[in-house]
Design a protein around this ligand. Structure first.
Ligand SMILES: Nc1nc2c(c(=O)[nH]1)N[C@H]1C(S)=C(S)[C@@H](COP(=O)(O)OP(=O)(O)OC[C@H]3O[C@@H](n4cnc5c(=O)[nH]c(N)nc54)[C@H](O)[C@@H]3O)O[C@H]1N2
Ligand SMILES: Nc1nc2c(c(=O)[nH]1)N[C@H]1C(S)=C(S)[C@@H](COP(=O)(O)OP(=O)(O)OC[C@H]3O[C@@H](n4cnc5c(=O)[nH]c(N)nc54)[C@H](O)[C@@H]3O)O[C@H]1N2
Ligand code: SF4
Ligand SMILES: [Mo]
Length: 694
């Protein structure tokens, strides 16, 4: 039998761990973490292991389809790839003839392979490239930019060498990145402390040295009190602060009122415990990581929560420190050249963005824009009509609140295309479904990764496609050919790889041994003097003029979150270890692990309502009601109910997922309008639900 080991990249979530796939006679037989990848130790998470079930799943789009009936009706016509690409190209041409390139919107899930997508959009002459992030980490990104002048990924989390890790709104052991999990476990084994700040006890909390259960939505208060205590007790790194932090006086004056005693009344965490905690942080500094959050599209002050988290790191000297948040090196920093960019084929479009980012909202990061505002542009045709939308591996009808409202927006489109490897609500509502090969059946463009050791990595095709699906470069190349964008009409992935590697000194053969190429042998830790912050002052700026000019205070007075009314609860949500967002619930292996979500409720509160553990209840908001079993525990704040996101599927083509559990995003009426002008993200937990026995 022909046996082979193929290096590739997991595609079961956006983390994209390096993998090694065993292939025997054209069949994948086993997937493991790439044994050469540092920190992975050959491991994968449960979802990565379940990739084989995705590959073999017949309940995924198997061939291109064009809608026949009404949008969302589910009447599809099977077509050939030529027919599908001709159809899409023709429709795009019609839109661009009338409205220009800017009439086309794209959204994807961000990540290391977007160069091709951005090149495609530039080729069309559209500035409207967006990613998913206004429903994920945009508040964190903008917080980083407002404090340091660079984005959140310009720093890495050096978990392995940390002495105290603080996870706030961050469930590291269930919302998984395998390397981060392994590195954190290593650190804990070496005596690193772990503090978890959450509204409920997670698996991560169960591994923590200390767990603070806070009142939902009061993290900003918590952080202001921590800053107060650090400044008051002079526990900050004075030398670091004097050299690198501006506006220390303003910070001191602003936080004077936010004492630990005051915070106790907001968060429920005792002032005494907060003080002991801060003392311990100071002892461990600068090898401290106070995580600024990841999925932080939650509250109208989440941006400020992330900002204060970064400020605490700065005060403790951990920005740039080993065991803290060192600065990620780029290829240039280690004397090398990065991959040549496909996006440079075409000039930057001159039109302003439909979402207003960069002109109406000059303080936001223009790169991936804000998708919910682009949707607004579809609805209002302001600043101009947007008539075609391509959702690439993105399911906004599940990822943004209130899908019924969003469908009405999509009804204004002349063309809606979904490029996807599984069914999704968005694909089902599209005009054309272009089925993407699973990550095991497709190559991607080469990708670069910054970090302590910048590198490049490859996604090889492990096996040929099972069905009539194609790789992204084949799909976009096919469209490019039809749209006269010849430079992107590559005939083979090897041609793309060769273009990307040109001038880098790296050859495609160099990826054979390990699946990646490290651009340096030794990790690069910059000393603080070696890098400059990207702010106008080149320092960490507590007061950011870009935001101030928009009338957005850098030091915003704390506003206490609303309390739920009688019989109401604040909706909270998050991830579990065995599912990715909404797209693994139909996976045979993972559905077997967890087929429905449950509603976490505080024990006493539920009992007072006569609700028992495991009982089916109705959870409702604004006309939508779902039935779900309860999970009663002392370890969730009484103001909140919690559920895992991604359940409550309704599509007839997903037999394992259909009708299982409740969809949290249905419980957020008008949710797309609730977004924060300071951070840019949706505030998904600013909603209340009712619960009753059925
Ligand atoms: N109410 C509520 N809303 C949320 C969240 C929440 O917790 N609650 N979470 C938010 C967060 S953090 C995020 S990041 C977004 C996520 O929102 P989405 O990006 O919509 O989430 P996914 O389910 O990962 O969607 C990816 C889609 O692309 C398809 N796909 C195609 N190719 C690939 C591939 O190669 N790999 C993968 N992984 N998928 C592919 C999948 O089948 C799926 O349909 O949702 C956000 N929205
Ligand atoms: N297994 C798995 N791993 C994943 C993903 C996945 O779908 N599945 N998705 C990936 C993606 S796209 C992302 S963005 C990350 C998300 O990674 P995380 O942000 O860590 O994950 P979440 O589970 O969304 O949220 C973390 C915690 O926030 C808590 N929380 C809710 N409200 C509050 C509050 O008011 N205050 C505090 N302090 N805590 C609160 C929740 O209880 C939850 O435990 O995970 C990534 N990894
Ligand atoms: S965290 Fe799990 S699902 Fe995500 S890329 Fe890594 S192995 Fe795959
Ligand atoms: Mo996310």
């Amino acid at each position: 039998m022909a046996k082979e080991k193929v290096f590739s990249v997991c595609g079961m979530c956006t983390v994209r761990c390096p993998i090694q796939v065993d292939v025997e006679d054209g069949e994948c037989t086993y997937i493991q973490g790439n044994p050469h990848a540092p920190g992975l130790q050959g491991a994968l998470c449960a979802r990565g292991g379940a990739g084989l079930a995705l590959l073999n799943d017949a309940e995924r789009p198997q061939f291109p389809m064009i809608r026949q009936g009404e949008r969302g009706e589910g009447k599809w016509k099977r077509v050939t790839w030529d027919e599908a690409l001709d159809y899409v190209a023709e429709k795009i041409k019609t839109v661009t003839d009338v409205h220009g390139g800017k009439g086309v919107l794209w959204s994807d899930r961000g990540g290391p392979f977007i160069d091709l997508h951005q090149a495609f959009m530039r080729g069309l002459g559209s500035p409207n490239y967006c990613n998913h992030d206004s429903a994920c980490a945009r508040n964190v990104q903008h917080a980083a930019q407002s404090v340091f002048g660079f984005g959140r990924k310009a720093m890495v989390y050096d978990y392995k060498n940390a002495k105290h890790i603080v996870l706030q709104t961050r469930n590291l052991f269930e919302a998984i990145n395998v390397k981060e999990v392994n590195d954190t476990l290593d650190a804990l084994g070496k005596g690193c402390k772990l503090t978890v700040i959450d509204i409920r006890a997670t698996v991560t909390a169960s591994k923590a040295t200390r767990f603070f259960m806070v009142r939902p939505g009061t993290d900003y208060a918590f952080n202001l009190a921590v800053i107060h205590e650090i400044l008051n007790k002079q526990l900050f790194d004075a030398e670091y602060a004097s050299r690198f932090i501006q506006d220390m006086d303003a910070l001191q004056a602003f936080t004077a009122q936010y004492t630990p005693e005051w915070a106790e009344t907001e968060t429920g965490v005792s002032a005494k415990e907060l003080r002991t905690f801060v003392e311990e942080l100071a002892t461990a500094s600068p090898s401290v990581i106070w995580h600024p959050g990841w999925m932080n599209a939650r509250y109208s002050d989440s941006f400020y929560m992330s900002r204060t988290a970064y400020i605490i790191n700065a005060l403790l000297g951990s920005i740039g420190a080993k065991g803290g948040l060192p600065i990620a090196a780029t290829p240039k920093d280690v004397g090398r050249k990065g991959l040549k960019k496909l996006v440079d084929f075409y000039p930057k479009p001159e039109d302003k963005r439909a979402d207003g980012v960069g002109w109406k909202y000059p303080h936001f990061d223009a790169g991936p824009g804000l998708l919910h505002l682009a949707f607004k542009a579809i609805e209002t045709e302001e600043p101009y009509p947007v008539k075609a939308y391509i959702a690439y591996r993105h399911d906004p009808l599940m990822a943004y609140p209130d899908p019924e409202a969003l469908k009405k927006v999509f009804d204004k489109l002349d063309l809606m295309v979904s490029v996807t490897f599984s069914w999704s609500d968005t694909a089902w509502y599209s005009d054309v479904v272009l089925p993407l090969s699973t990550y095991l059946e497709r190559e991607s463009i080469l990708a670069g990764k910054g970090g302590l050791k910048p590198s490049m990595f490859i996604r090889n095709r492990a096996v040929p496609p099972r069905f009539e699906t194609r790789a992204d470069w084949e799909i976009l190349g096919g469209l490019a050919k039809r749209l006269g964008m010849d430079k992107l009409a590559f005939d083979s992935i090897e041609d793309i790889w060769a273009y990307q590697l040109d001038g880098t000194g790296v050859k495609i053969e160099d990826f054979q041994a390990k699946g990646s190429v490290s651009l340096t042998d030794t990790p690069k830790y910059f000393t603080p003097d070696e890098y400059a912050f990207k702010t106008p002052s080149k320092m960490i700026e507590i007061i950011n003029q870009k935001w101030e000019k928009q009338g957005l205070p850098s030091l915003k007075p704390y506003v206490s979150p609303d309390k739920p009314g009688e019989g109401q609860f604040r909706i909270t949500f998050g991830r579990c270890g065995v599912h990715t967002q909404g797209h693994t619930v139909n996976n045979t292996i993972l559905a077997g692990q967890m087929s429905e979500n449950v509603l976490w409720m505080n024990n006493e509160t539920a009992k007072a309502m006569g609700i028992a553990d495991g009982q089916t209840v109705e959870v409702a908001a604004n006309g939508y009601a779902g039935k779900i079993k309860t999970f009663l525990t002392d370890f969730i704040h009484p103001e909140a109910v919690f559920m895992i996101h991604g359940f409550g599927h309704t599509l007839p083509v997903e037999s394992r997922a259909r009708g299982k559990g409740v969809a949290d995003h249905m419980l957020m009426p008008g949710g797309i309008e609730k977004w924060d002008l300071a951070g840019g993200a949706i505030a998904m937990q600013e909603h209340f639900v009712t619960v009753r026995k059925v």
